[in-house]
Write a protein that binds this ligand. Structure first.
Ligand code: GTP
Ligand code: MG
Length: 123
């Protein structure tokens, strides 16, 4: 079954939703969230994952979500319900994102979270 977890009680509209499509990124989740936390301190940020993994990426996201200082939402799409692959994941993620801005970011650490602040400054 498709599962989504979203933290309760988000105060107000986030300035930016960081939307991360993931497929088998287990080892990257912890450093990714840690770097997002560090580099967006003081900004109203939410992180939205749309996961199509066959490994334990979703479990790791859920674990990190519990102890993150940021609201972390997760849609885990099971096999057979992964319409559109990567593109479909981004599309569905748009609908789950409530920020004024949406920043789509790879989950494999190829997009440095440290530039989010600079991108927002240009907005
Ligand atoms: N939800 C979802 N995410 C995907 C899917 N395929 C890839 N991704 C994720 O999309 C992001 C980009 O995918 P990559 O495979 O890194 O694409 P790339 O950067 O063009 O290719 P590389 O140079 O090989 O890294 C990563 O976070 C992947 O985990 C998919 O079918 N569904
Ligand atoms: Mg990549």
């Amino acid at each position: 079954m498709t599962s989504i977890t979203r933290p309760e009680g988000l105060p107000g509209v986030p300035l930016v939703s960081i939307l991360v499509p993931t497929r088998n990124e287990s080892a990257n989740i912890e450093p990714l969230i840690a770097r997002i936390e560090r580099s967006t301190q003081g900004l109203r940020v939410e992180v939205v994952f749309v996961d199509d993994s066959d490994d334990d990426t979703a479990e790791r996201i859920a674990r990190m979500a519990k102890r993150s200082s940021l609201p972390v939402a997760l849609l885990a799409r099971p096999r057979g319900q992964r319409e559109g692959g990567l593109g479909g994941a981004v599309l569905v993620g748009f609908g789950l994102s409530s920020g004024k801005w949406i920043c789509v970011m790879d989950g494999d650490l190829q997009h440095p979270p440290e530039v989010i602040r600079d991108l927002l400054a240009k907005g």
